[in-house]
Design a protein around this ligand. Structure first.
Ligand SMILES: [Zn+2]
Length: 268
């Protein structure tokens, strides 16, 4: 096996690094890749939209840390499976694995989106806390909280994506029916009303329950919301961008699209 030494991005030690998935392997297997076509899926992250079976990987972690970072995956995988079977119209209980999983997603996404360029200094405290939590050195992520919603959009269940909204200081990851927001700059300067809305979707270290986006109203009625304006705006933008890309792809690849659509319907 080819061995590449480097500084592990979790423990910081110089060790042989393993190639690990950026989005977890279970995600490709259970709701992205069409197994009947050799694991092909439509990659929304690439510049040019095309069916592919390429799974994103990076050499970031040593053997031990690769194990440590994956601890929450079995909880997340079961949760996703349950959501796809039972639909988005209810709340889902989760265990302590979800905070671990969400933290690992947010960390991986920050590394991936900044790959090849220096990560903003403003995010260092958050990344430090997230790493400590993933290494089991602390139980919670403090002000750099993780938040989660159940979501199946028009695009179907097979979406893997990631984005950092710098101005608002958060990273957002989609893993099939889960959408995860991680606070990269904590709660500094945040209004109480925003914190109150935000806390409804906060992932707790000891477990809790997650729900879909139930209410989003503007103006005075916004007090009933369970998602903040900044996150909603991000989702709406993502959705319209995805819709535009997909419709352009559809025009050029009619046959492939029909097959993909048939599969997504069975999964929805
Ligand atoms: Zn390590």
């Amino acid at each position: 096996m080819d061995e590449v030494q480097g500084n592990c991005r979790l423990c910081g030690q110089k060790r042989p690094l393993r190639k690990s998935h950026i989005w977890p392997a279970f995600a490709y297997k259970s709701f992205v890749a069409d197994q009947s076509k050799g694991g092909h899926f439509l990659d929304l992250n690439s510049e040019i939209l095309k069916p592919t079976n390429r799974q994103y990987k990076a050499r970031w972690f040593c053997d031990d840390c690769e194990q440590a970072i994956g601890i929450g995956e079995s909880s997340a995988s079961l949760l996703c499976k349950q959501i796809l079977e039972e639909g988005v119209g209810k709340d889902y209980p989760y265990d302590e694995g979800l905070l671990h999983f969400a933290t690992s997603m947010s960390l991986r996404m920050a590394y991936w989106l900044y790959e090849g360029k220096p990560i903003s200094e403003a995010y260092s405290p958050a990344l430090k806390v997230w790493r400590a939590c993933l290494r089991n050195k602390r139980k919670d992520v403090g002000p750099y909280s993780q938040h989660c919603f159940v979501l199946i959009g028009n695009e179907g269940s097979g979406v893997l994506s990631g984005q950092i909204i710098q101005k608002e200081g958060f990273v957002v990851s989609r893993v099939g029916p889960l959408i995860i927001f991680g606070l990269l700059t904590g709660r500094k300067d945040m209004s109480l009303s925003r914190i109150k809305v935000q806390d409804q979707s906060k992932i707790h270290a000891k477990g809790g329950s997650i729900s879909r986006i139930t209410t989003f109203l503007v103006g005075n009625r916004g007090r009933q919301n369970n998602i903040i304006m900044e996150w909603m705006r991000c989702l709406v933008n993502q959705r319209s961008e995805t819709a535009n890309r997909i419709s352009a792809f559809k025009d050029q690849n009619d046959e492939y699209w029909k097959q993909l659509e048939g599969r997504n319907k069975r999964n929805a």
